[in-house]
Design a protein around this ligand. Structure first.
Ligand SMILES: [Zn+2]
Length: 269
């Protein structure tokens, strides 16, 4: 059988990097459970594991590997754990938007969605952040969401699943001026660990070949993690192994969402 050999003629990425890794965290804390299951105090306690235990561990790992990530953070998390969010910023990571209380944008009215964006922006302003990227909770984008992102001056969205390279986002046939940093459920720790209850070894066996394939093709690998899920020590060890192996390639560009969006816009427009 012939082996598949792919040669990259010219890299899309800056400085001769062969492929790009976008490491992202959705810092939900208890924002979703506070209103979806208000009487379930144990579920809510699991959200608190993020600021209390997981975020410090994740930040130490990122420092150790010298990787900068993007933390999509609901306004509720900012308002309730401002010191934790400040720590993330002070260690050089990006804060992106993620709703206010982790709302399902496809299930709320036009007025309610507008008010969610306003509340989210007020929380961001309070800590001096002008978010450049937005990821919708549950990846539920309503028919109005893109209009709000344009109105509020966002540079990129990280929500759609139709590519494994970033691209300039068109919505209903119209240019939006936004860069799209696409995502995928298989590269999200939540369904892997929480829905499917897979072991770290099993998840590694899914993520590693996906990365190797995209690396070979010179494309883009976006990992979505939730501190309260990935922050368990066995899973974090698996993440460290995966990221270290990526770094051993020496030509992988680890960048924040804002850095990737700036580069993609420069290349494609
Ligand atoms: Zn979320």
């Amino acid at each position: 059988m012939k082996s598949l050999r792919i040669t990259i003629k010219m890299s899309f990425w800056p400085n001769g990097y062969r492929c790009c890794v976008f490491l992202s965290f959705d810092y939900d804390s208890s924002s979703a459970t506070m209103w979806r299951t208000p009487l379930d105090v144990v579920s809510q306690s699991r959200g608190r594991y993020a600021p209390k235990v997981a975020i410090p561990r994740v930040l130490d790992l990122l420092d150790k590997l010298d990787i900068k990530a993007t933390f999509f953070t609901p306004g509720w998390t900012i308002d309730n754990y401002p010191d934790s969010v400040e720590e993330i910023r002070s260690r050089g990571h990006e804060i992106g938007g993620h709703g206010y209380a982790h709302e399902r944008m496809t299930e709320i009215s036009y007025e309610a969605e507008e008010s969610v964006f306003e509340r989210m922006m007020v929380s961001m302003e309070r800590i001096g952040v002008k978010p450049q990227g937005y990821r919708a909770p549950y990846w539920l984008v309503s028919d109005r969401t893109i209009m709000h992102l344009k109105r509020l001056g966002f540079k990129y969205s990280s929500n759609f699943m139709d590519d494994d390279m970033p691209y300039m986002l068109k919505y209903r046939g119209e240019e939006t001026g936004l860069v799209e940093l696409p995502v995928e459920w298989i590269l999200d720790d939540w369904p892997q660990f929480d829905t499917e209850r897979r072991s770290p070894a099993e998840v590694y066996e899914i993520w590693k070949p996906e990365f190797e394939g995209l690396y070979e093709l010179g494309r883009y690998f976006c990992l979505t993690c939730h501190p309260q899920a990935i922050g368990r020590i066995s899973r974090l060890k698996m993440l460290e192994k995966l990221l270290s192996e990526m770094q051993e390639k020496k030509d992988v560009w680890f960048a924040t969402g804002a850095e990737i969006a700036d580069w993609v816009k420069k290349k494609l427009t």
